[in-house]
Design a protein around this ligand. Sequence first.
Ligand code: HEC
Ligand code: HEC
Length: 284
Amino acid sequence: MRVLSGCLLAALGVAANAAQAPATFPAQQRSPGAPAVIERGKTLYTSFCRACHGADLRGGDLGGPNLLRSQLVLNDQAGEAIGPVVRAGRVPAGGGTAMPPQPGMTEDDLKAVAEYLHAVIYTAQPQGAPPAGPRVELNLLVGDAREGERYFKVECASCHSPAAGDLSGIGTRLKDIEQLQNSWVAGRRLGAGAPSSNAVQRPARVSVKFAGGETLNGTLLRIDDFVLSLRTDAGEYRSFTRRSSIPRIESIKVDDPAAQHRVLWTRLTDRTMHDVTAYLATLK
Ligand code: HEC
Ligand code: HEC
């Protein structure tokens, strides 16, 4: 058994007393990878996954499932199963927040994220409990508000107005800093005035054109490389195998209000994320 270095344990948010033997996890638990790779994976996870899957992988505010218990994650060896999900994204069949695709992530990024997930699982207790040790309290208000404002003017002001517009008073409306950060990163309205803390503001719409001319319009439920499912405007659930549906699918058009925010995700760093959050918190 390998002994985890103190530095790695700190990176994983695990207290010294967790240097106990890791719990015996059903078959799939494996030794963690190189600390530097895990550290990189942790940074990527924090930027791109934590809002939805939670700081401890057990699911987060934005509705991502528990990854400690995911068979897909447990069976993954080095990113070969996790990578395609991250690249393609996921739209949950029952509706709710979709997992945005990350086509911009490199093979190395995907491997690093996978290594990080495996490293957390390595130190996890049975039953999907979080790693041992005191609960990690995150201080998210660590950015530079002025840098955040500068970033906002370049990247956000084309669509949002901080003073008179939709974001005025967001720092008052969302006093919880984690909620504030989750809201702007995901591009979803949270808190008072939101339809529900887990609802998507405006669901993605899809228009499918079939060979022969028929067109189906509806709310997108799920799309990946293989399957497309939607709820038609008449309320009917329909699901198709993309490559072998009869009649053949000619084109699929997705109109997703959060698409712009997804583009942002490929560029956000930890730093800009904290700076923008600090800036938005000043909008009282
Ligand atoms: C906006 C929210 C959101 C973000 C951000 C997000 N996910 Fe997800 N993720 C989900 C949802 C929702 C599902 C479940 C979809 C479904 O029901 O199939 C999911 C599913 C998964 C699964 C499949 C789990 C399984 O057992 O099938 C993996 C693995 C995963 N996410 C990893 C990641 C990683 C790694 C990142 C960051 C690079 C990430 N997710 C970012 C919401 C998110
Ligand atoms: C190209 C347009 C566009 C850009 C650029 C953009 N957004 Fe958004 N944003 C949207 C859309 C569309 C929504 C969803 C609004 C809705 O559903 O009502 C949204 C939603 C949001 C929300 C949630 C709305 C609320 O009132 O709580 C926040 C916060 C937000 N964006 C902040 C930002 C920040 C910060 C940036 C820059 C880093 C940014 N946005 C960049 C279009 C954009």
